[in-house]
Design a binder for this molecule. Structure first.
Ligand SMILES: NC(=O)c1ccc[n+]([C@@H]2O[C@H](COP(=O)([O-])OP(=O)(O)OC[C@H]3O[C@@H](n4cnc5c(N)ncnc54)[C@H](O)[C@@H]3O)[C@@H](O)[C@H]2O)c1
Ligand SMILES: O=C(O)C(=O)C[C@]1(C(=O)O)C=C[C@@H](O)C=C1
Length: 293
């Protein structure tokens, strides 16, 4: 019997529990939450075998601790578990940002930081909570691990194998490289979607706009339905890289605005052709890699 302790049994932690159970019936999963209600829901859905409130007893004989809470909660959870971690317990996380979490883990866990394997599954949705969890969420999706030179290779291997068993494709990066990349391809797009919807919704005649918004608006803004707490925490934790991406985007919008103001059809066409070509080529590559994005 292998024991997994999940802090935060929502979309990401719950999907990991379901995927591991689907791959190997031997996993026993305990959940620790912020509210009793969501743990009861996770129990009822068969995501966890047990709900716990005291991390000290819950940590006994645990093989893997997965922290899948919003990123601003991770440091205080590490502080709660640090004094009670057993020699063989490996700690990992699923946070969407990595540099700040790695720094916190080193500071809080001390020696035991060698058994902290930072991770980030590149799979998700705009839905939250245990009811959104799915056993198949990670199939053919990338998971990024960001260990450092001090991370125990056996711990890295164990977390690598854990994700492989969910059907994921595992890659490694440095925390800084991770945060730079995901500021551009994940965090900025979420900010833009939130900003667009917020601006439209604040207009006195917003209802009319929403009444006629169709699939283009739906595609662009799906992610604005995501958890506000999660995205507040991601934005703040990756603030430096995100501000840089915002600057690039604002410069690009300013160029586009000028082109439009000038009525420069050739320039507009050139910008749209480059973007359309790059977007279609990316979509084809990710589709031909068995849907792995
Ligand atoms: N949603 C995505 O698309 C996605 C993808 C990859 C990674 N992530 C990351 O995974 C993590 C979880 O995201 P999610 O989408 O599963 O969110 P979620 O809201 O579905 O689940 C998070 C759960 O954590 C619980 N929680 C909050 N604070 C807690 C605490 N102090 N102790 C214990 N439980 C606590 C919440 O009650 C909730 O049940 C976040 O760090 C997020 O950045 C999310
Ligand atoms: O599909 C979505 O709704 C997502 O936002 C998933 C998404 C992404 O940006 O691609 C969001 C945050 C994560 O950390 C990883 C994946």
């Amino acid at each position: 019997m292998k024991k997994l302790l999940v802090f935060g049994v929502g979309l990401i932690g719950g999907s990991l529990a379901l995927a591991l159970k689907a791959a190997n019936k031997d996993w026993h999963v305990t959940g620790i939450g912020r509210t009793g209600d969501s743990l009861q829901e996770a129990l009822a859905l068969g995501i966890i075998d047990e709900a716990a409130s005291d991390p000290v007893t819950a940590l006994k004989d645990v093989d893997v601790v997965m922290i899948a809470t919003p990123v601003a909660q991770i440091a205080s959870i590490l502080e709660r578990i640090a004094p009670h971690l057993e020699e063989n317990t490996i700690v990992t996380d699923a946070g969407s940002t990595k540099a700040e979490i790695v720094e916190q883990a080193h500071r809080i866990l001390g020696e035991a930081a060698s058994r902290f394997v930072p991770g980030h599954p590149i799979a998700g949705a705009e839905k939250s909570g245990p009811s959104a969890a799915q056993a198949t969420l990670y199939q053919n999706k990338k998971v990024i691990l960001t260990p450092c030179a001090h991370t125990d290779p056996a711990a890295i291997q164990a977390i690598h194998e854990l994700w492989l068993s969910t059907g994921a494709i595992v890659r490694q990066m440095s925390p800084a490289e991770h945060d730079t990349v995901f500021a551009a391809v994940s965090h900025l797009p979420h900010l833009l979607a939130f900003a667009l919807v917020d601006e439209l919704a604040a207009r006195p005649d917003a209802d009319q706009f929403f009444e006629f918004a169709a699939s283009g608006f739906r595609d662009f803004t799906r992610i604005a339905g995501s958890s506000p707490e999660m995205w507040r925490d991601i934005s703040l934790a990756n603030r430096t890289a995100l501000l840089q991406e915002l600057d690039h985007y604002q410069a690009s919008l300013a160029r586009l605005r000028q082109t439009l103001e000038q009525g420069n059809a050739a320039s507009l066409q050139a910008i749209f052709e480059r973007a359309s070509h790059a977007r279609n080529a990316w979509a084809e590559r990710t589709q031909s890699a068995q849907g792995g994005n």
